[in-house]
Design a protein around this ligand. Structure first.
Ligand code: PEP
Length: 255
């Protein structure tokens, strides 16, 4: 399985800044990229087309969108469809990022409906799951990940077999307490959560669950990326703050 290194630029960078960073990543890539790596940049909507332009000659580089509304089109003022995102070059979408859940009130059901909609409409989807500090301290890690994944698999239409998700669905385990806080989960915590995630994926889709990449996200930096990616069941990294500078993201890619 290819390791996926994904950048979440959140609500940072205008088009000029995004272009500069994307061009720097693309230019450095031939030297930096280990063969088995796939890179995704989840850019702000206004920069997706420009990042796609920078990445157009590299199969290993893709662009994603951080949000969308799960309808083909319609009277949904202020929203954006997956078709519109594909039109400007997005291949991937994020669903269920903890900032969407916490700041914008997206429920497990809403996240599941969005992820299934995106997959059904040809978008590769990165589904984010993870517990809050309070949930972890109450010993609810398994219960939270199970609840979030159950919502997704329960929303799956009958015709969408587990095999249909391979190469199209990635899961990102992101403990909420480690996102943007500088507090990275320790190796034991990451191993445990990724083991739980893998077990749950296998519970829902059997052996096929082994083929879905599970990424870790939460305060990944150049100096901890190598150790994190070497852990069992860690098939990639989702990087926020440290992906904003091309040099630091490139170091993480090469870790
Ligand atoms: C994220 O936004 O998904 C994230 C993991 O952020 P950070 O790396 O800044 O913690």
């Amino acid at each position: 399985m290819h390791k996926i290194i994904a950048a979440n630029w959140k609500m940072y960078k205008d088009r000029t800044e995004a272009a500069t960073t994307a061009d720097e990543i693309a230019a450095a890539l031939p030297e930096t990229l280990p063969k088995d790596r796939q890179i995704i940049v989840f850019a702000p909507f206004t920069a997706i087309d420009r990042v796609a332009l920078a990445f157009r000659e590299y199969k290993a580089l893709s662009v994603g969108a951080q949000n969308f509304y799960p309808a083909v089109e319609g009277a949904f003022t202020g929203e954006i469809s997956v078709g519109m995102l594909r039109d400007v070059g997005a291949e991937w979408v994020l669903a269920g990022h903890s900032e969407r859940r916490q700041v914008f009130g997206e429920t497990d059901e809403m996240v599941a409906r969005k992820a299934i909609f995106a997959l059904s409409h040809g978008m590769k989807t990165m589904l984010c799951i993870g517990e809050t500090l309070e949930e972890r301290e109450q010993g609810n890690l398994y219960a939270v990940l199970e609840r979030q994944l159950t919502a997704f698999f329960a929303a799956r239409p009958e015709g969408m077999a587990g095999e249909a998700l391979v190469g199209r669905l990635a899961v990102a385990y992101e403990p909420v307490w480690a996102i943007g806080t500088g507090r990275v989960a320790g190796p034991g915590e990451v191993r445990e959560a990724h083991g739980v995630t893998r077990t749950l994926l296998e519970k829902f889709i059997g052996e096929t669950g082994k083929k879905l990449p599970v990424l870790y996200g939460g305060s990944v930096k150049p100096d901890n990326a190598g150790a994190l990616i070497a852990l069992d069941n860690v098939d990639g990294l989702l990087v926020g703050g440290a992906s904003l500078e091309a040099q630091s993201f490139l170091q993480i890619i090469g870790a």
